[in-house]
Design a protein around this ligand. Structure first.
Ligand code: ACM
Ligand code: ZN
Length: 533
């Protein structure tokens, strides 16, 4: 009897131990048509994933699919060029669609076919298959016959990371990009400089990272003038240009664009520490040891300021191919400009009425400089205050007002309102149940409820809303695992906002889909918050 049950047990474990495959993944695809007859295709270890010969991108996609399924299920698949007849999974391009990220995923008696409108569409389809299968063990997976047709609602689906307040190593940034890829995101907004540390290597000005990366100590908690930890932070914590290129490539292989940000003219104390002559008062300035908004910003009346910024942007654009280059623009108090003879003289020279217009003047100069390189500027919504430069994209973080103003002026907009998109805020109502955060409360349900297109916009204006983004500022986020915890599972909610048509969104249904996604997070070794509200 004992022997029989042992044999039975072995037989069962050798065949299938898979959870039910279900295409109701996160983000929810546009349409999922299951075969009413309930037939299934068995995907078995040893099966081939085919890709078109002479297409290295598709080869990479095929290899990634093999690696992904190997990791989450133990299935052993092989990528092979053009062996379509014997393949169990076929990856193809050539789908007819205006949206390059569109794809179809079909399962029938011939196996699995993922066809994209482009290679990036195929990659998005691979993520869907991977999430449909989920976590399992065994050597066979049974896939119900289906036709999934899918494409993202928004062309811009971003996640931000602040690497100034705290530095995150290159290996972790790759994990971060892996997380974005699973969620179908296609832009990483990389905040590289701020008052508390300069982290982008500028070869013509090495002091920026040699000295501008270091703060003498860090405030404990948030209080200005509070208690400090007495520990230096940031020495040698910066990204070399070579490392930045490595990140750009790693992201590009996952169809994610990296938008670098040099925050200006405010949030510049780290640079002012090194080049005090670029400040209105001449300094001296110490790399900031506390959080908040500093009064000292770059002097707009000093011609050296633009020379400095163009040198930075020259090297930045050499490293980052992104069409959009983020020039910050947020939280730049104009107090010093009001008192500075150079800034006031500049305003008179240009015939400007307000200091806000002086900020626009800087933005216009940089926009023209970047346009020559085929790039465009993007800035936080404060760039609206003195009048937008010609082609600027606006990142709307103060609610939706910035978006409405920008779209009515025919400027592109990305929605990232604090009360839905700031993942540095608490995610649980019980503050004691989570690590210290900056404040606020942005639970999963709140993230999910974001409608990125403000109702005030006309049909014509709506097209300017390119998408949405969540932001992770790191004043209180000091370690990779804490970062993952802040991001997950809120990114599940955000990616459905970014990807899924508004009519198909349903929070109750989303909640029922979330545990499978969380299981995958766990399998991939990512820390996540197990509770959600
Ligand atoms: C911001 O949160 N200062 C854009
Ligand atoms: Zn000045």
């Amino acid at each position: 009897m004992k022997r029989i049950s042992l044999i039975l047990l072995c037989a069962v474990s050798a065949v299938t131990l898979f959870a039910q495959v279900d295409y109701n993944v996160i983000p929810l695809p546009l349409s999922i048509a299951l075969s009413p007859k309930g037939e299934e295709f068995s995907l078995t270890s040893g099966a081939v994933v085919s890709f078109p010969a002479d297409n290295p991108e598709m080869q990479r996609n095929a290899q990634m699919l093999c690696d992904y399924l190997g990791e989450s299920t133990g299935l052993s698949l092989t990528a092979e060029a053009s062996s379509r007849d014997k393949a169990a999974v076929r990856l193809l391009t050539g789908m007819k669609s205006d949206n390059p990220e569109a794809y179809t995923l079909t399962v029938d008696k011939n196996g699995v076919t993922i066809q994209g409108a482009s290679e990036s569409g195929v990659f998005r389809g691979i993520q869907t298959l991977r999430k449909a299968i989920g976590v399992a063990e065994g050597d066979t997976v049974k896939l119900p016959y289906v036709t999934v047709s899918d494409e993202p609602r928004f062309s811009y689906r971003g996640v931000h990371i602040d690497c100034s307040r705290h530095f995150f190593p290159v290996d972790f940034l790759k994990t971060y990009i892996d997380i974005l890829a699973l969620h179908g995101c296609n832009n990483l907004h990389w905040h590289l400089t701020d008052d508390q540390g300069w982290r982008f290597e500028v070869k013509s000005m090495p002091l920026l990272t040699e000295e501008g990366s270091i703060r003498k100590e860090t405030v404990i908690g948030s209080e200005v003038g509070g208690i400090f930890d007495g520990q230096e932070y940031g020495r040698n914590l910066y990204y070399t240009q070579e490392q930045c290129r490595e990140i750009v490539q790693y992201a590009a292989e996952r169809y994610i664009n990296v938008i670098p940000e040099i925050d200006l003219p405010g949030h510049m104390i780290a640079a002012l520490h090194v080049y005090p002559q670029l400040g209105c008062t001449g300094g001296p300035y110490e790399v900031w040891t506390q959080w908040g908004v500093a009064q000292d910003i770059l002097c707009a009346g000093n011609p050296e300021t633009l020379v400095f910024l163009k040198k930075v942007l020259d090297e930045l654009t050499d490293v980052f191919p992104s069409k959009l280059i983020h020039i910050g623009g947020d939280e730049a108090p104009r107090t010093r400009w009001r008192q500075c003879p150079k800034c006031q003289a500049k305003m008179r020279e240009l015939g400007l009425d307000s200091e806000a217009q002086l900020q626009t003047y800087i933005n216009q100069e940089l926009e023209a400089f970047l346009a020559e390189k085929g790039r465009s500027v993007i800035g936080w919504d404060e760039v609206l205050e003195g009048g937008l430069s010609e082609n600027a994209t606006v990142m709307s973080w103060h609610g939706a007002d910035g978006a409405v103003a920008a779209a009515s002026q025919h400027h592109n907009v990305i929605m990232t309102p604090t009360s839905y998109c700031y993942f540095d805020y608490y995610q649980l109502s019980n503050r004691d149940a989570q690590p210290r955060a900056i404040g606020g409360y942005v639970p999963v349900s709140k993230v999910y409820s974001l409608e990125p297109v403000p109702a005030e916009l006309s049909e014509e204006q709506r097209q300017y809303v390119l998408g949405a983004q969540c932001n992770l500022w790191t004043e209180h986020i000091i370690a990779p695992q804490q970062m993952e915890f802040m991001l997950l599972p809120r990114l599940s909610a955000m990616c459905e906002v970014q990807w899924t048509q508004a009519e198909r969104k349903d929070y109750e249904a989303f909640k029922s889909r979330l545990p499978r996604m969380m299981e995958l997070y766990g399998k991939l070794g990512w820390k996540y918050c197990r509770w959600f509200e």
